[in-house]
Design a protein around this ligand. Structure first.
Ligand code: MN
Length: 191
Protein backbone atom coordinates (compact mmCIF):
# COMPACT_ATOMS: atom_id res chain seq x y z
CA UNK A 1 0.00 0.00 0.00
CA UNK A 2 0.98 3.63 -0.42
CA UNK A 3 1.87 5.25 2.87
CA UNK A 4 1.32 8.86 3.88
CA UNK A 5 2.63 10.92 6.77
CA UNK A 6 -0.08 10.62 9.45
CA UNK A 7 -1.65 13.86 10.62
CA UNK A 8 -0.66 15.05 14.09
CA UNK A 9 -3.37 15.11 16.79
CA UNK A 10 -2.19 18.62 17.83
CA UNK A 11 -0.79 21.71 16.12
CA UNK A 12 2.96 21.76 15.44
CA UNK A 13 3.53 24.59 17.94
CA UNK A 14 1.35 23.24 20.75
CA UNK A 15 3.98 21.08 22.47
CA UNK A 16 6.33 24.04 22.85
CA UNK A 17 8.63 24.40 24.78
CA UNK A 18 9.00 20.65 25.46
CA UNK A 19 9.16 20.04 21.70
CA UNK A 20 9.67 23.29 19.79
CA UNK A 21 8.01 24.11 16.45
CA UNK A 22 11.47 23.92 14.84
CA UNK A 23 11.99 20.37 16.12
CA UNK A 24 8.49 19.44 14.91
CA UNK A 25 9.34 20.92 11.50
CA UNK A 26 12.45 18.75 11.22
CA UNK A 27 11.59 15.63 13.23
CA UNK A 28 8.04 15.20 11.95
CA UNK A 29 8.11 17.23 8.73
CA UNK A 30 11.44 16.00 7.41
CA UNK A 31 12.69 12.88 9.25
CA UNK A 32 9.33 11.12 9.65
CA UNK A 33 8.34 12.20 6.14
CA UNK A 34 11.62 10.84 4.75
CA UNK A 35 10.99 7.39 6.27
CA UNK A 36 7.52 7.38 4.63
CA UNK A 37 8.91 8.48 1.25
CA UNK A 38 11.82 6.01 1.41
CA UNK A 39 9.47 3.17 2.32
CA UNK A 40 7.15 3.90 -0.60
CA UNK A 41 10.10 3.99 -2.99
CA UNK A 42 11.65 0.80 -1.59
CA UNK A 43 8.50 -1.35 -1.66
CA UNK A 44 7.38 -0.22 -5.11
CA UNK A 45 7.20 -3.32 -7.32
CA UNK A 46 8.06 -5.76 -4.51
CA UNK A 47 6.02 -8.31 -2.55
CA UNK A 48 5.81 -5.72 0.26
CA UNK A 49 3.74 -3.32 -1.84
CA UNK A 50 0.57 -5.26 -0.98
CA UNK A 51 1.20 -5.46 2.79
CA UNK A 52 0.14 -3.19 5.61
CA UNK A 53 2.78 -1.52 7.76
CA UNK A 54 2.84 -4.15 10.55
CA UNK A 55 3.21 -6.98 8.02
CA UNK A 56 6.14 -5.21 6.39
CA UNK A 57 7.82 -4.70 9.78
CA UNK A 58 7.37 -8.39 10.61
CA UNK A 59 8.51 -9.80 7.26
CA UNK A 60 11.25 -7.45 6.05
CA UNK A 61 14.84 -6.76 6.95
CA UNK A 62 17.53 -4.32 5.81
CA UNK A 63 16.50 -0.97 4.37
CA UNK A 64 12.81 -1.85 4.04
CA UNK A 65 12.62 -2.92 7.68
CA UNK A 66 14.53 0.16 8.84
CA UNK A 67 12.18 2.57 7.09
CA UNK A 68 8.96 0.65 7.86
CA UNK A 69 9.86 0.32 11.55
CA UNK A 70 10.79 4.00 11.74
CA UNK A 71 7.43 4.96 10.21
CA UNK A 72 5.68 2.79 12.80
CA UNK A 73 7.82 4.02 15.72
CA UNK A 74 7.46 7.71 14.86
CA UNK A 75 3.71 7.48 14.32
CA UNK A 76 3.43 5.81 17.72
CA UNK A 77 5.70 8.40 19.37
CA UNK A 78 3.95 11.46 17.93
CA UNK A 79 0.56 10.03 18.97
CA UNK A 80 1.57 9.76 22.63
CA UNK A 81 1.54 13.47 23.47
CA UNK A 82 -0.83 16.38 23.99
CA UNK A 83 -0.48 20.01 25.07
CA UNK A 84 -0.65 20.24 28.87
CA UNK A 85 -0.32 16.49 29.21
CA UNK A 86 1.59 14.80 31.96
CA UNK A 87 0.29 13.59 35.29
CA UNK A 88 -0.03 9.85 35.77
CA UNK A 89 -1.53 6.80 34.05
CA UNK A 90 -5.05 5.65 34.82
CA UNK A 91 -6.96 2.45 35.56
CA UNK A 92 -5.42 -0.97 34.90
CA UNK A 93 -2.17 0.49 33.55
CA UNK A 94 -1.64 2.47 36.76
CA UNK A 95 -2.16 -0.70 38.84
CA UNK A 96 0.14 -2.77 36.63
CA UNK A 97 2.91 -0.15 36.88
CA UNK A 98 2.56 -0.03 40.66
CA UNK A 99 2.76 -3.79 40.95
CA UNK A 100 5.81 -4.02 38.64
CA UNK A 101 7.84 -1.03 39.90
CA UNK A 102 6.33 -0.22 43.28
CA UNK A 103 5.21 3.28 42.31
CA UNK A 104 4.72 5.51 39.29
CA UNK A 105 7.65 7.66 40.41
CA UNK A 106 9.92 4.65 40.52
CA UNK A 107 8.73 3.56 37.06
CA UNK A 108 9.50 7.05 35.73
CA UNK A 109 12.98 6.80 37.18
CA UNK A 110 13.62 3.38 35.60
CA UNK A 111 12.15 4.36 32.23
CA UNK A 112 14.10 7.64 32.17
CA UNK A 113 17.30 5.78 32.98
CA UNK A 114 16.66 3.32 30.14
CA UNK A 115 16.12 6.22 27.74
CA UNK A 116 19.22 7.98 28.98
CA UNK A 117 21.43 4.91 28.58
CA UNK A 118 20.46 3.88 25.04
CA UNK A 119 23.90 4.07 23.41
CA UNK A 120 23.72 6.11 20.22
CA UNK A 121 20.42 6.25 18.33
CA UNK A 122 17.39 4.33 19.52
CA UNK A 123 14.27 4.11 21.62
CA UNK A 124 13.11 3.31 25.15
CA UNK A 125 9.86 1.37 25.38
CA UNK A 126 7.25 0.37 27.90
CA UNK A 127 5.88 -2.91 26.55
CA UNK A 128 3.39 -5.60 27.48
CA UNK A 129 3.91 -9.28 26.71
CA UNK A 130 1.15 -11.73 25.78
CA UNK A 131 0.54 -12.51 29.46
CA UNK A 132 0.02 -8.82 30.24
CA UNK A 133 3.33 -8.41 32.05
CA UNK A 134 4.96 -4.99 31.66
CA UNK A 135 8.65 -4.36 31.05
CA UNK A 136 10.99 -1.60 29.94
CA UNK A 137 13.14 -2.32 26.90
CA UNK A 138 15.75 -0.47 24.88
CA UNK A 139 16.08 -0.70 21.10
CA UNK A 140 18.86 0.58 18.85
CA UNK A 141 18.28 2.39 15.57
CA UNK A 142 14.91 1.32 14.10
CA UNK A 143 14.35 -1.46 16.66
CA UNK A 144 10.68 -1.91 17.53
CA UNK A 145 8.73 -4.16 19.92
CA UNK A 146 6.37 -4.98 17.05
CA UNK A 147 9.06 -7.29 15.67
CA UNK A 148 9.24 -9.15 19.00
CA UNK A 149 5.50 -9.74 19.28
CA UNK A 150 5.17 -7.28 22.16
CA UNK A 151 2.48 -4.63 22.62
CA UNK A 152 3.93 -1.12 22.76
CA UNK A 153 2.51 1.14 25.47
CA UNK A 154 4.88 4.15 25.53
CA UNK A 155 8.09 5.18 23.80
CA UNK A 156 10.66 7.97 24.04
CA UNK A 157 12.67 8.58 20.85
CA UNK A 158 16.28 9.26 21.87
CA UNK A 159 17.80 9.70 18.43
CA UNK A 160 19.65 13.03 18.52
CA UNK A 161 17.30 14.39 15.83
CA UNK A 162 14.51 14.19 18.45
CA UNK A 163 16.12 16.67 20.83
CA UNK A 164 19.32 18.28 19.57
CA UNK A 165 17.75 21.52 18.28
CA UNK A 166 16.08 22.15 21.65
CA UNK A 167 18.40 20.52 24.19
CA UNK A 168 21.71 20.03 22.32
CA UNK A 169 23.64 17.27 24.13
CA UNK A 170 21.43 17.32 27.24
CA UNK A 171 19.40 14.18 26.57
CA UNK A 172 18.46 13.94 30.26
CA UNK A 173 16.71 17.34 30.11
CA UNK A 174 14.70 16.26 27.05
CA UNK A 175 13.66 13.04 28.78
CA UNK A 176 12.64 14.89 31.95
CA UNK A 177 10.56 17.38 29.93
CA UNK A 178 8.77 14.73 27.84
CA UNK A 179 6.82 13.49 30.87
CA UNK A 180 4.98 16.87 30.88
CA UNK A 181 3.33 16.19 27.50
CA UNK A 182 2.50 12.46 27.74
CA UNK A 183 -1.17 11.88 26.96
CA UNK A 184 -1.97 9.26 29.59
CA UNK A 185 -5.52 8.76 28.25
CA UNK A 186 -4.13 7.46 24.95
CA UNK A 187 -1.22 5.63 26.57
CA UNK A 188 -3.37 3.96 29.25
CA UNK A 189 -5.82 2.75 26.59
CA UNK A 190 -3.00 0.80 24.90
CA UNK A 191 -2.62 -1.47 27.91
MN1 MN B 1 13.00 10.23 15.54
Amino acid sequence: MFFELPKLPYKADELNPVISPLTMEYHYGKHHQAYVTNLNNLINGTEFAKMNLEEIVMKSDGAIFNNAAQVWNHTFYFHSFKPKGGGAPKGPLASAIDSEWGSFDNFKKEFSNAALTVFGSGWAWLVKDKDGKLSITKESNAGTPVKNGLTAILTFDVWEHAYYLDYQNKRADYIAALWDIVDWDIVSARF
